[in-house]
Design a binder for this molecule. Sequence first.
Ligand SMILES: [Zn+2]
Length: 281
Amino acid sequence: MGLRTFLLDKIQKVTEIKKREIQKDVWVKCDKCGEVSYKDDIQKNYNTCPSCNYHFKVSAIEKINMILDPGTFVEIDANLKSLDPLGFKDSKRYVDRIRDTVKKTGINDAFISGYGTIYKKPVHIGAFEFSFLGGSMGSVVGEKITRLIESAISNRHHVITISCSGGARMQESILSLMQMAKTSAALKKLSNEGLAHISILTDPTTGGVTASFAMLGDVHIAEPGALVGFAGPRVIEQTIRQKLPEGFQTSEFLLQHGMVDMVLHRREWKDTIYKLLEFFG
Ligand SMILES: [Zn+2]
Protein backbone atom coordinates (compact mmCIF):
# COMPACT_ATOMS: atom_id res chain seq x y z
CA MET A 1 0.00 0.00 0.00
CA GLY A 2 1.42 3.38 -1.03
CA LEU A 3 1.80 6.15 1.52
CA ARG A 4 -0.95 8.20 -0.13
CA THR A 5 -3.48 5.35 -0.03
CA PHE A 6 -2.48 4.59 3.55
CA LEU A 7 -3.06 8.21 4.66
CA LEU A 8 -6.37 8.50 2.78
CA ASP A 9 -7.52 5.28 4.41
CA LYS A 10 -6.57 6.58 7.87
CA ILE A 11 -8.33 9.92 7.29
CA GLN A 12 -11.48 8.14 6.16
CA LYS A 13 -11.50 5.93 9.26
CA VAL A 14 -11.02 8.87 11.63
CA THR A 15 -13.79 10.82 9.88
CA GLU A 16 -16.16 7.89 10.22
CA ILE A 17 -15.47 7.52 13.94
CA LYS A 18 -15.99 11.28 14.41
CA LYS A 19 -19.26 11.09 12.44
CA ARG A 20 -20.51 8.24 14.60
CA GLU A 21 -19.64 10.17 17.78
CA ILE A 22 -21.49 13.25 16.55
CA GLN A 23 -24.51 11.20 15.56
CA LYS A 24 -24.66 9.60 18.98
CA ASP A 25 -24.74 13.12 20.38
CA VAL A 26 -27.34 14.43 17.93
CA TRP A 27 -29.88 11.59 17.93
CA VAL A 28 -31.84 10.23 20.87
CA LYS A 29 -33.92 7.06 20.88
CA CYS A 30 -37.21 7.26 22.82
CA ASP A 31 -37.37 4.84 25.77
CA LYS A 32 -41.07 4.26 25.14
CA CYS A 33 -41.85 4.19 21.39
CA GLY A 34 -38.31 3.64 20.09
CA GLU A 35 -38.57 6.54 17.63
CA VAL A 36 -35.24 8.28 16.96
CA SER A 37 -35.38 12.09 17.11
CA TYR A 38 -33.03 15.05 17.02
CA LYS A 39 -31.74 15.84 20.49
CA ASP A 40 -32.48 19.50 19.71
CA ASP A 41 -36.13 18.75 18.86
CA ILE A 42 -36.54 16.82 22.11
CA GLN A 43 -35.02 19.64 24.14
CA LYS A 44 -37.17 22.27 22.44
CA ASN A 45 -40.15 20.05 23.24
CA TYR A 46 -39.49 20.31 27.02
CA ASN A 47 -37.46 17.09 26.90
CA THR A 48 -40.38 15.00 25.66
CA CYS A 49 -40.60 12.67 22.66
CA PRO A 50 -42.04 14.54 19.63
CA SER A 51 -43.88 11.43 18.42
CA CYS A 52 -45.35 9.84 21.58
CA ASN A 53 -45.00 12.56 24.26
CA TYR A 54 -42.86 10.33 26.51
CA HIS A 55 -41.39 12.55 29.23
CA PHE A 56 -37.63 12.04 29.51
CA LYS A 57 -36.08 12.41 32.96
CA VAL A 58 -34.83 15.92 33.67
CA SER A 59 -33.09 17.51 36.66
CA ALA A 60 -34.72 19.51 39.45
CA ILE A 61 -33.40 22.82 38.18
CA GLU A 62 -34.63 22.11 34.63
CA LYS A 63 -38.14 21.49 35.97
CA ILE A 64 -38.02 24.73 37.98
CA ASN A 65 -36.86 26.63 34.88
CA MET A 66 -39.75 25.21 32.82
CA ILE A 67 -42.13 27.02 35.17
CA LEU A 68 -40.41 30.25 36.24
CA ASP A 69 -39.62 33.32 34.14
CA PRO A 70 -36.05 32.94 32.83
CA GLY A 71 -33.37 34.10 35.25
CA THR A 72 -35.72 34.86 38.15
CA PHE A 73 -34.95 31.85 40.38
CA VAL A 74 -33.22 32.71 43.66
CA GLU A 75 -32.13 29.67 45.66
CA ILE A 76 -32.43 29.58 49.45
CA ASP A 77 -30.89 27.26 52.07
CA ALA A 78 -28.47 25.82 49.50
CA ASN A 79 -25.80 25.20 52.14
CA LEU A 80 -27.83 22.90 54.45
CA LYS A 81 -26.00 19.58 54.74
CA SER A 82 -26.81 16.20 56.25
CA LEU A 83 -25.19 15.04 59.48
CA ASP A 84 -24.99 11.37 60.42
CA PRO A 85 -26.72 11.23 63.82
CA LEU A 86 -27.13 7.44 63.74
CA GLY A 87 -23.56 6.64 62.59
CA PHE A 88 -25.19 4.59 59.83
CA LYS A 89 -23.26 2.16 57.67
CA ASP A 90 -24.42 -0.35 55.05
CA SER A 91 -22.07 -1.26 52.19
CA LYS A 92 -20.64 2.21 52.72
CA ARG A 93 -20.59 4.72 55.59
CA TYR A 94 -23.45 7.25 55.26
CA VAL A 95 -21.03 10.18 55.67
CA ASP A 96 -18.96 8.86 52.76
CA ARG A 97 -22.07 8.28 50.65
CA ILE A 98 -23.19 11.87 51.24
CA ARG A 99 -19.72 13.26 50.52
CA ASP A 100 -19.44 11.31 47.22
CA THR A 101 -22.97 12.27 46.13
CA VAL A 102 -22.35 15.96 46.88
CA LYS A 103 -19.21 15.75 44.75
CA LYS A 104 -21.02 13.93 41.91
CA THR A 105 -24.13 16.13 41.77
CA GLY A 106 -22.72 19.51 42.83
CA ILE A 107 -25.61 20.07 45.26
CA ASN A 108 -25.77 19.51 49.03
CA ASP A 109 -28.98 17.46 49.26
CA ALA A 110 -31.91 16.09 47.24
CA PHE A 111 -34.17 19.18 47.29
CA ILE A 112 -33.60 22.56 45.62
CA SER A 113 -35.76 25.42 46.89
CA GLY A 114 -36.21 29.14 46.43
CA TYR A 115 -38.45 31.72 44.81
CA GLY A 116 -39.00 33.44 41.48
CA THR A 117 -41.78 34.69 39.24
CA ILE A 118 -44.31 33.24 36.79
CA TYR A 119 -45.30 35.93 34.28
CA LYS A 120 -44.10 38.40 36.93
CA LYS A 121 -46.21 36.79 39.69
CA PRO A 122 -43.94 35.94 42.66
CA VAL A 123 -44.05 32.36 43.93
CA HIS A 124 -42.08 29.98 46.17
CA ILE A 125 -40.95 26.77 44.50
CA GLY A 126 -38.93 23.64 45.28
CA ALA A 127 -38.02 20.46 43.40
CA PHE A 128 -36.51 17.06 44.14
CA GLU A 129 -33.25 16.02 42.50
CA PHE A 130 -33.53 12.28 41.86
CA SER A 131 -29.82 11.82 41.12
CA PHE A 132 -29.11 12.69 44.77
CA LEU A 133 -29.68 9.33 46.54
CA GLY A 134 -32.91 8.65 44.65
CA GLY A 135 -34.46 11.95 45.72
CA SER A 136 -34.84 10.51 49.21
CA MET A 137 -36.24 12.64 52.05
CA GLY A 138 -34.03 12.88 55.13
CA SER A 139 -33.69 15.64 57.76
CA VAL A 140 -32.25 18.18 55.32
CA VAL A 141 -34.92 17.70 52.66
CA GLY A 142 -37.68 17.90 55.28
CA GLU A 143 -36.13 21.00 56.81
CA LYS A 144 -35.76 22.67 53.39
CA ILE A 145 -39.40 21.97 52.46
CA THR A 146 -40.54 23.33 55.84
CA ARG A 147 -38.39 26.46 55.52
CA LEU A 148 -39.68 26.97 51.95
CA ILE A 149 -43.26 26.91 53.25
CA GLU A 150 -42.44 29.19 56.21
CA SER A 151 -40.67 31.65 53.94
CA ALA A 152 -43.70 31.59 51.60
CA ILE A 153 -45.96 32.39 54.56
CA SER A 154 -43.89 35.41 55.63
CA ASN A 155 -43.81 36.68 52.03
CA ARG A 156 -47.49 35.84 51.38
CA HIS A 157 -46.64 33.66 48.37
CA HIS A 158 -48.21 30.43 47.16
CA VAL A 159 -46.00 27.33 47.09
CA ILE A 160 -45.20 24.92 44.26
CA THR A 161 -43.47 21.61 44.99
CA ILE A 162 -42.20 19.25 42.28
CA SER A 163 -41.74 15.74 43.62
CA CYS A 164 -39.51 13.00 42.25
CA SER A 165 -38.53 10.64 45.02
CA GLY A 166 -38.04 7.08 46.16
CA GLY A 167 -39.42 8.08 49.59
CA ALA A 168 -37.91 8.47 53.04
CA ARG A 169 -34.11 8.11 53.36
CA MET A 170 -33.45 4.85 55.21
CA GLN A 171 -29.98 5.93 56.39
CA GLU A 172 -31.67 8.43 58.72
CA SER A 173 -34.40 6.01 59.81
CA ILE A 174 -36.98 7.55 62.17
CA LEU A 175 -35.57 11.04 61.59
CA SER A 176 -36.61 10.72 57.93
CA LEU A 177 -40.08 9.52 58.87
CA MET A 178 -40.49 12.53 61.18
CA GLN A 179 -40.17 14.80 58.13
CA MET A 180 -43.54 13.52 56.94
CA ALA A 181 -45.27 15.00 59.98
CA LYS A 182 -43.13 18.15 59.95
CA THR A 183 -43.81 19.05 56.30
CA SER A 184 -47.51 18.22 56.68
CA ALA A 185 -47.79 20.49 59.74
CA ALA A 186 -46.08 23.32 57.83
CA LEU A 187 -48.63 22.95 55.02
CA LYS A 188 -51.47 23.22 57.53
CA LYS A 189 -50.06 26.60 58.59
CA LEU A 190 -49.86 27.65 54.94
CA SER A 191 -53.48 26.67 54.44
CA ASN A 192 -54.54 28.57 57.61
CA GLU A 193 -52.99 31.67 56.01
CA GLY A 194 -55.17 31.21 52.92
CA LEU A 195 -52.19 30.35 50.73
CA ALA A 196 -52.14 27.52 48.21
CA HIS A 197 -49.87 24.54 47.66
CA ILE A 198 -49.66 23.27 44.08
CA SER A 199 -48.09 19.82 44.00
CA ILE A 200 -46.53 18.48 40.81
CA LEU A 201 -45.93 14.74 40.75
CA THR A 202 -43.20 13.54 38.38
CA ASP A 203 -41.77 10.12 37.63
CA PRO A 204 -41.34 8.50 40.15
CA THR A 205 -43.08 9.86 43.27
CA THR A 206 -43.28 7.15 45.91
CA GLY A 207 -43.01 6.20 49.59
CA GLY A 208 -42.98 8.76 52.40
CA VAL A 209 -43.08 11.68 49.98
CA THR A 210 -46.38 10.51 48.45
CA ALA A 211 -47.60 9.67 51.95
CA SER A 212 -47.05 13.23 53.18
CA PHE A 213 -46.83 16.71 51.62
CA ALA A 214 -46.89 15.58 47.93
CA MET A 215 -50.50 14.42 48.31
CA LEU A 216 -51.47 17.44 50.42
CA GLY A 217 -51.71 19.88 47.52
CA ASP A 218 -54.69 22.14 46.93
CA VAL A 219 -54.14 21.05 43.33
CA HIS A 220 -52.29 17.94 42.14
CA ILE A 221 -50.74 18.03 38.69
CA ALA A 222 -49.13 14.82 37.40
CA GLU A 223 -46.63 14.33 34.61
CA PRO A 224 -47.98 11.98 31.86
CA GLY A 225 -47.06 8.34 32.44
CA ALA A 226 -45.44 8.97 35.84
CA LEU A 227 -45.34 6.29 38.52
CA VAL A 228 -47.06 7.69 41.60
CA GLY A 229 -47.74 5.47 44.59
CA PHE A 230 -46.72 4.44 48.08
CA ALA A 231 -45.41 0.85 48.00
CA GLY A 232 -44.40 -0.79 44.72
CA PRO A 233 -46.91 -2.97 42.82
CA ARG A 234 -45.09 -6.24 43.63
CA VAL A 235 -45.26 -5.64 47.38
CA ILE A 236 -48.96 -4.76 47.15
CA GLU A 237 -49.75 -7.85 45.05
CA GLN A 238 -48.01 -10.08 47.58
CA THR A 239 -49.82 -8.44 50.48
CA ILE A 240 -53.38 -8.44 49.15
CA ARG A 241 -52.91 -11.59 47.00
CA GLN A 242 -54.81 -10.10 44.08
CA LYS A 243 -53.87 -9.15 40.55
CA LEU A 244 -53.56 -5.36 40.19
CA PRO A 245 -55.53 -3.56 37.46
CA GLU A 246 -53.93 -2.41 34.20
CA GLY A 247 -52.08 0.92 34.48
CA PHE A 248 -52.10 0.80 38.30
CA GLN A 249 -50.11 3.68 39.94
CA THR A 250 -49.76 5.73 36.75
CA SER A 251 -50.77 9.40 36.54
CA GLU A 252 -53.65 8.53 34.22
CA PHE A 253 -54.97 5.83 36.55
CA LEU A 254 -54.81 8.25 39.50
CA LEU A 255 -56.69 10.88 37.49
CA GLN A 256 -59.47 8.38 36.74
CA HIS A 257 -59.71 7.52 40.43
CA GLY A 258 -59.70 11.08 41.75
CA MET A 259 -56.24 11.19 43.35
CA VAL A 260 -54.87 13.85 40.98
CA ASP A 261 -56.66 16.81 39.39
CA MET A 262 -54.92 16.92 36.02
CA VAL A 263 -52.30 15.17 33.93
CA LEU A 264 -50.35 17.84 32.08
CA HIS A 265 -47.61 17.85 29.44
CA ARG A 266 -44.65 19.90 30.71
CA ARG A 267 -45.31 22.55 28.07
CA GLU A 268 -48.64 23.32 29.79
CA TRP A 269 -47.26 23.62 33.33
CA LYS A 270 -46.38 27.31 33.34
CA ASP A 271 -49.62 28.68 31.83
CA THR A 272 -51.84 26.39 33.90
CA ILE A 273 -50.06 27.25 37.15
CA TYR A 274 -50.31 30.94 36.31
CA LYS A 275 -54.09 30.56 35.89
CA LEU A 276 -54.30 28.67 39.19
CA LEU A 277 -52.33 31.42 40.96
CA GLU A 278 -54.77 34.00 39.53
CA PHE A 279 -57.63 31.86 40.81
CA PHE A 280 -56.14 31.57 44.31
CA GLY A 281 -55.51 35.34 44.31
ZN1 LIG B 1 -41.60 8.23 21.96
